[in-house]
Design a binder for this molecule. Sequence first.
Ligand SMILES: [Zn+2]
Length: 413
Amino acid sequence: MNPQIRPLTADERRGLAAARLVAVENAPYLAHALFSTRPVAAVGLATFAVDRHWRLYVDPATLTEWGPQVAGAVLVHEVNHLIRDHAGRAASLGGQVDHKRWNFATDAAINDDLIRAGLPLPEWVVTPAALGLPDAGVEEAYYAALTPEGKPDAPEDGQEDAGEGGCGSGAGDPVQPWEPGLDDPTMPGLDDGQVAITRRQVAEQIRDAVAKGRGTVPAGMQRWAESELTAPAVPWRKVLAGMVKRCTSLTIGRVTYSYMKPGRRQIPGIITPAMRAPRVTAAEVIDTSASMADDDLAVCLSETNGVIKAVGGSVRIIACDADADTARVVRNARDVKLIGGGGTDMRVGIAAAEALRPAPDVIVCISDGGTPWPDRPTRAHLIVVLTRPHFADRVPSWARVLVVDAAQRAVAG
Ligand SMILES: [Zn+2]
């Protein structure tokens, strides 16, 4: 049964305002996000949900039943779906998305952080433990780990009744037929531009909260804010394209105009050659040794997003201190698990990157530079991004060095 969507009554608005106060108290760094949502009543929904235009659907009966404490915690949960861009990330999962599985994965990832931050979530919420998954994982990894049927261990009752749409299209569910249009005069939502601006403002608020030591901002959210606010310093498309050109001059036939397979866009009556442009295959090695400070890691995240965009969607990343972690395919820098903290030897990570299949054309290694480097040229082109300028002369001459000074966020080299 579709819920009935209408503006909130004055009474319902007061009830929601009380819940929102609790939410702001629990997560002051999300105040702007909480006040940017567009609340509407969804009679019969039996829960709260969000859509991709930042409308917040509130079943008035549920709001009354939960009371301000629980409702406030659930508001923080819903806003997390929006901030973490679960809609956009669902779209980039590829293939047929199992929405139920994605909803479990995202709920588990959110609730894990909120419970650790001490929020009074209802007992029945989905957690990694309830799904038999490790704590502190990222959404895409949880999604992959869950069985196609949706859940290895059925969560407690209450979950299944969360409605056909789970937490809504703002959490990555399909757009529901009952969602008002973007321009609905009585219940307008945020358009894409407004969403982008809001996300940036939320990131700024989180950064300020961290700087002023206000409240406990979960580490993942701090890193998200940093990468959201920092554009990559390196023009990666240009740098990598230059590398590819050099690759192709060495490898004859890598770029070919082929008449064997017709181009995708066929002009009727004319056979167009299909251009098989070489796509650069990149791997990244990130220094996670103890000497990497927060601003060094912030450089890692913003430059990683630049690399990901330039290569068209995802990159294989190896976290490395004195040992190399297994490579992970990452579509957004916020999903990089920066584990490590020991000594430093980037040679190990670079060797692991060279051993990947398919072999990378380019290896990007981001480090503060306090590491030994390979003494022989790697088969892949090596680009070294240094977050500190003073070790630049240690990098071997056959590698390309780019200095992105973490203290200034300016690129040189
Ligand atoms: Zn949810």
